[in-house]
Design a protein around this ligand. Structure first.
Ligand code: PLP
Length: 399
């Protein structure tokens, strides 16, 4: 008999992609949409990375399968970069290089989560965390945080949410969608709670290099070396090096779990694309000045968008420590009119902004925080200024 697997019925398609699709639809009709929807840097990767990829092709290094979990040079480069940037030195056999951080999280989910397990996720959270948990029959336990608390899980809320069924906790710092990040002290307090509870701790550090105003991203692995036997770090080149399309991410896991990821990958994707692995080696071992320059540009854009959003009456936006997202409270805009009715939720607000201001932002409900909107500021200052001015004008006209 035909029919899709039952597990698909619990998965919702990514709303981020739906908003992008609608924005593209408007664009195809000749409308200039300012796209704050998509979570990828607008920069090109530094040229030396692309050159290294071309050289690897010319040297005949890229046409064959590689080791399933990544070439030795890349694992070495990841170990060295992890020590330099994250403050701890993993061994190559802890590393599974995959087709992006999302794939690494998927590998871990497939290897670890099953029916009866609870996976604790502070919200607002990146959309794929709960969906991947559901895909494997486990239950995402969503623990709300608030803008007032800087969108950070508190140790008390964490302790209250843990149960004997908690198999893993997924933390993301700096966070998508809020841009919020844990200080060393705040993360230490959470790890102290987790010290007393035997579960996996998954920390997604994909935005770890993108922090502003001198904020220090400190890896959970540096803070709590005693927890390394159950700590999984997720990282990759997509965000820091503007390499989303190259699809290279990795997990750093305790050896038994790394071995399991090897088995999972060996029966699914095999190795990530060889040429992309060579590009990633160059990214991690090459000069980091351009990466630092991109970070500086993001910081300026963050300052611009946060102040422009806060200048709109009814919008309240905290200044995020990292990543490239602003996540304002937009409930003060409820009541403005769209299609003859007052707007009363974030999805209607997002579609109002698309149609009337030609601005694409993602409704916060998608991340577990209705009433908020996520703006990715991975676009130029001119586009940010234009988009937010257009949003302000549309809101004022609809009051
Ligand atoms: N983790 C978070 C929090 C993200 O925001 C993203 C991308 O949007 C990813 C992981 C996935 O990154 P990659 O491109 O490496 O799959």
């Amino acid at each position: 008999p035909q029919g899709l697997a039952k597990r698909l019925s619990v998965i919702v398609p990514s709303i981020t992609l739906q908003v992008s699709a609608r924005a593209n639809d408007l664009r195809s009709r000749g409308i200039d949409v300012v796209n704050f929807g998509v979570g990828e840097p607008d920069f090109e990767p530094p040229a030396f990375i692309l050159d290294a990829a071309k050289k690897a092709i010319d040297a005949g290094q890229t046409s064959k399968y590689t080791a399933v979990t990544g070439i030795a040079a890349l694992k070495q480069a990841i170990c060295a970069a992890t020590e330099k940037k994250r403050g701890f030195l993993p061994t190559p056999d802890q590393i599974t290089v995959s087709v992006g951080a999302k794939h690494s999280l998927f590998n871990v989910a497939l290897a670890c989560y099953e029916e009866g397990d609870e996976i604790l996720i502070p919200t607002p959270c990146w959309v794929s965390y709960p969906e991947q948990v559901r895909m494997f029959g486990a239950e995402p336990v969503l623990v709300p945080t608030s803008q007032e608390n800087g969108w950070r899980l508190t140790p008390d809320d964490l302790a209250r949410a843990l149960t004997p069924r908690t198999k893993a906790v997924i933390l993301c710092t700096p966070s998508n969608p809020t841009g919020s990040a844990y200080t060393e002290e705040q993360l230490s307090a959470l790890l102290e709670v987790l010290r007393k509870h035997d579960c996996y701790i998954v920390v997604d550090e994909i935005y770890g290099d993108l922090v502003y105003d001198g904020f220090r991203h400190v890896s959970a692995a540096k803070i709590a070396p005693d927890l390394l036997s159950r700590l999984i770090i997720i990282d990759g080149v997509s965000k820091s090096y503007a390499m989303t399309g190259w699809r290279i991410g990795w997990s750093i896991a305790p050896k038994p779990l790394a071995k399991a990821c090897d088995v999972v990958q060996g029966q699914s994707t095999t190795n990530p694309t060889a040429v992309a692995q060579h590009a990633a080696v160059a990214a991690l071992t090459g000069p980091q000045e351009e990466v630092e320059a991109m970070r500086g540009v993001f910081q300026k854009r963050r300052d611009l968008i946060v102040s422009a959003l806060n200048a709109i009456p009814g919008v309240r936006c905290r200044t995020p420590e990292g990543a490239f997202y602003a996540f304002p409270d937009c409930r003060g805009l409820y009541g403005i009119h769209y299609k003859g009715k007052p707007i009363s939720n974030d999805e209607d607000l997002a579609f109002f902004l698309l149609e009337k201001a030609h601005v694409a932002a993602v409704p916060g409900g998608a991340f577990g925080a209705p009433g908020y909107l996520r703006f990715s500021y991975a676009t130029s200052e001119d586009r940010i200024a234009k988009g937010i001015a257009s949003m302000r004008a549309a809101v004022e006209a609809a009051r």
